[in-house]
Each structure stands twice: as structure tokens, then as C-alpha cells.
Design a protein around this ligand. Structure first.
Ligand code: ADP
Length: 281
């Protein structure tokens, strides 16, 4: 082996060791996945993180959705730029959680399309290795949508992830993609924590009538058929759109809403009660 190859091998081994050290301080890692874009994956990732923080957990939210890094927008920190302290990237502290997004590094939103695979993988690796997350109970990772190379490299880089939360909408076209997402998780040995059906039903704010715009319960049936847990449904809520557009923490501002309560129920299903926090190992 040449000296050059030797150097590369040593650097890779060192980086891996640094990443393991940093990630060793994170007790649970959840990947939020979807079979396709536009189903509310990022919205769900943000609100799961906020709901966990509301339970008293230390929470990090990592956005590695390279083609649509929407966490900065959803949390109203689009203009923020990460700083470096003692050789580590300092995550943004917002709404009680720590967050880092690939969006902070993209000057133009379409820049990601010209990045090649290794560049994307490197930046994700750097977020795991060089961000000073500190001790976290949960790291929620907003992953690229679909079941292609990008989510695959995320899963491969994030060792020992506890599992995936799969987000879908109720209509059949989206549910077909859930099947693919579950098959994807199985092929990479990533446990499926469960499926969330987003945008189920719209309650008219004027007359109170409920309309199932995208159908109803498709994901629930699919989850049963595929033998994975169904975690719950989030209704379509115009306030979620508004909170997302204005960068406000929805579950904090509208904690009494049906949607916020649905998020709270889902995290309670997935996370032990805060009193049992020390049991999380
Ligand atoms: P994805 O990450 O899957 O591409 P986003 O989280 O960016 O999707 O959501 C897409 C759009 O749908 C956003 O405008 C968001 O505000 C909206 N949205 C997501 N979930 C809901 C919901 N339950 N009710 C209303 N709007 C929602």
C-alpha cells in the first residue's frame, strides 16, 4: 500500500472514531423518512422534535434533506449561519431544541443539485462528527425523501439509528410509496418505528364539517398489512401551514390543537415518560 493510501485510511479511521465519540453522547436517533416529497416529512420531523422537547428531553434536529432543506424556514432561522467554537460547529438553539441544517450551507437552494454524491456524504458526515451536539436524549434526522441513493447514504452514515418514522399522506398513490419505504428499511436493517398518516381530514374552521381531502386510513391499513406499527394521524391544519411559512414552532403555539395533540400522543407512544428518562439507555 502506498503512503498516500495509508494516509487516506488513517484519516478515515480517525474521522470514524471522532464521529462515534460524538454520536455516543446521543441516546436515541430517529430517522424521519417518506416514500416521496411533499407529504409533510419535514413538518413532522420539526414537530416531533418540539413535542419531545416539551416532554423535557434534550433534543437535536438534524436536517440532511439535501434537495429540500426546509428546517431553517420552518423554524424561522433561514438567515442564521453556524459558528465554530473550539473546532466544532455550534448548532442553532431555537424553540428549546438544537438544530443544524444542510440548508445553512447552501447559498442557493438549487446548489444541491450540482453536488456530487461524495460531497453530499461528506457534509452529512461532518454534521455527525463536527457539530457540538453535547448530550442528547433524541436526535431527530430529517432525511432526503424516497428510497434512492440519498436516503441510503444517510442510513449508512448514521450507525446504530434506533429506527425510522415513515410519513405519508392517506391517498393511495402516497401509500404505495410507504410500502417501498418499509421495504427499503428492511433491506438496510433499519427498524421501522412506525408510520404516521399526515394531512388526514380537514375540519372547516367556519362550519366545523370534516372532509377527508386525501381519503382516510390508507396508511393504517398498509401498516397493518406490512406488520409495522401505525403511530397515528395528523389532521390537515391550516395553522400548520401558517406556522411553517412564518417559522413559528407550531406545537408550542397551538398546543391545544388536534394536530399538536396528535404529535404529543405519537411521541408518548415512541418515547418513555420523562420520569423514566434515566432508563433511556
Ligand atoms: P416534505 O418534507 O415531505 O416535502 P413539508 O414538511 O415541507 O413536506 O410540507 C409540505 C407543505 O405541506 C408545507 O407547506 C407544510 O406547511 C404543509 N403541511 C405539512 N403537514 C401539514 C398538515 N398536517 N396540515 C396542513 N399543512 C401541512
Amino acid at each position: 500500500m502506498s503512503d498516500h493510501q495509508d494516509d487516506i485510511k488513517q484519516t478515515m479511521a480517525r474521522e470514524m472514531a471522532e464521529m462515534r465519540l460524538r454520536m455516543g453522547r446521543v441516546r436515541r436517533k430517529w430517522l424521519v423518512l417518506s416514500g416521496k416529497g411533499g407529504v409533510g416529512k419535514s413538518t413532522v420531523a420539526v414537530n416531533l422534535a418540539l413535542s419531545l422537547a416539551a416532554m423535557g428531553y434534550e433534543v437535536g434536529l438534524l436536517d440532511v434533506d439535501i434537495h429540500g432543506p426546509s428546517v431553517p424556514k420552518l423554524l424561522g432561522i433561514e438567515d442564521a449561519r453556524p459558528t465554530v467554537r473550539d473546532g466544532a460547529i455550534v448548532p442553532m438553539a431555537v424553540a428549546g431544541i438544537k438544530t443544524m441544517s444542510i440548508g445553512f450551507l447552501l447559498q442557493h437552494t438549487d446548489a444541491a443539485t450540482i453536488w456530487r454524491g461524495p460531497m453530499k456524504a461528506n457534509v452529512i458526515k461532518q454534521f455527525l462528527k463536527d457539530v457540538e451536539w453535547g448530550d442528547l436524549d433524541y436526535l431527530v434526522i430529517d432525511s432526503p425523501p424516497g428510497t434512492g441513493d440519498e436516503p441510503l447514504s444517510v442510513v449508512q452514515l448514521i450507525e446504530n439509528a434506533d429506527g425510522a418514522v415513515i410519513v405519508t399522506t392517506p391517498q393511495e398513490l402516497a401509500v404505495i410509496d410507504v410500502r417501498k419505504a418499509i421495504t427499503f428499511c428492511r433491506s438496510v436493517n433499519l427498524p421501522v418505528l412506525g408510520v404516521i398518516e399526515n394531512m388526514r381530514g380537514f375540519v372547516c374552521p367556519h362550519c366545523g364539517e370534516r372532509t377527508d381531502v386525501f381519503g382516510h386510513g390508507g396508511a393504517e391499513h398498509m401498516a397493518a398489512e406490512m406488520k409495522v406499527p401505525f403511530l397515528g394521524a395528523i389532521p390537515f391544519d391550516p395553522q400548520l401551514v401558517e406556522s411553517g411559512d412564518t417559522g413559528q414552532p407550531f406545537t408550542q403555539l397551538h398546543s391545544g390543537s388536534e394536530a399538536a395533540q396528535a404529535f404529543a400522543r405519537i411521541v408518548k407512544t415512541l418515547a418513555p415518560s420523562p420520569k423514566a428518562k434515566s432508563d433511556v439507555s
